[in-house]
Design a protein around this ligand. Structure first.
Ligand code: GLU
Length: 317
């Protein structure tokens, strides 16, 4: 009985999906985010709520494997918009870094950068440096994430590779769970801070957030232009994190499928930047939103609708 009911429900939901995506007017926009314990997801939900309230635009927010997976989803036409790291967006567009093998992806363009994403290396107490991770069991993020790119580049700065660790490719929720159980010595999280999975962890476990050394910081800045130095303030995760951590950050960026209409993207872009206060009231990361920041850190073409809005308000020429 239960099975029949849930199958029926699935059919009804599928039908609803088909109907909404074929309906005229303000079509629902499908937005790819990340893990439910990351920041993209909760920010996406907040954004969707505000857009619905303020401009009557419905969003379907999906949990995914994050940046790389999201770009593949947009490029394949499976979703309309996504939140991705600006570094990964550039590599995908230009077919560089780990996209060198599969080649450049197309069919997506930039809407705006949203907030800083902090590379947070969470480790067992007693581990004091990335160099100490040699031979340890470390999760470097989901296979489709941007986190994995950052982890690889940070190890490179230390003259190490994934071969030096017992590498695990786990999403944020699994990483935090396995760390709680003592099955991981460390895990990487690139996300807006505070990040839910680390905030949760702080309620049960002790941990440290590793700082990146001066030489390694310089290496990262010299070789990978997207990194900016970022101080994760003491107390971001309460008493469990009594010291500042010096690390790097990239930017969370909203992208859209090229074939999403200029009108739809214009309305959403305008909707976001004219409703910053409402977004701020719904999600802490709204604090970092501004039209001035939104056009920074974008190395690929803007979507025509976003460009129209930013030109109109004098933020792009
Ligand atoms: N920046 C992360 C990634 O692409 C995801 C962050 C999040 O889910 O908030 O790996």
């Amino acid at each position: 009985m239960k099975k029949t009911l849930s199958m029926l429900l699935a059919v009804v939901m599928m039908a609803a999906l088909v109907l909404t995506s074929c309906g005229g007017g303000n079509e629902k926009i499908f937005l790819a985010t990340g893990s439910e314990t990351g920041t993209y997801y909760s920010f996406g939900i907040a954004l969707g709520q505000v857009m619905k309230d303020k401009i009557g635009q419905e969003f379907g927010v999906q949990s995914t494997g994050a940046s790389k997976a999201n770009i593949q989803l947009v490029a394949a036409g499976d979703v309309d918009m996504a939140i991705v790291q600006n570094d990964v967006m550039d590599y995908a567009f230009n077919g560089t870094n780990t996209f060198a093998e599969e080649g450049a992806l197309s069919g997506f363009s930039a809407v705006a950068t949203l907030y800083a994403e902090v590379v947070q290396i969470v480790a067992k107490p007693g581990i004091t440096s990335v160099a100490d991770l040699k031979g340890k069991t470390v999760s470097v993020g989901d296979a489709g994430s941007g986190t994995e790119f950052n982890a690889a580049q940070i190890f490179e700065a230390y003259g190490m590779t994934f071969d030096d660790i017992n590498k695990q490719s786990l999403g944020f929720t699994d990483s935090a769970d396995k760390f709680k159980d003592g099955q991981l010595d460390a895990f990487f999280v690139t996300a807006g801070a505070p990040t839910t999975c680390i905030t949760d962890l702080a309620t049960s476990n002790d941990f440290v957030i590793l700082s990146i050394g001066e030489t390694e910081m310089q290496y990262l800045k010299d070789n990978y232009g997207y990194y900016t130095e970022y101080t994760l303030a003491a107390g971001t995760y309460g008493e469990k994190q009594p010291e500042d951590a010096t690390t790097v950050a990239v930017k969370a960026t909203l992208i859209a499928a090229d074939d999403l209409s200029e009108d739809a993207v214009y309305k959403v872009t305008k909707g976001i930047f004219e409703n910053i206060d409402a977004i701020k009231a719904t999600h802490a990361k709204g604090e970092e939103l501004s039209a001035d920041n939104g056009v920074q850190g974008v190395s690929i073409p803007f979507h025509a609708g976003a460009e129209k809005y930013f030109k109109e308000i004098g933020k792009l020429n």
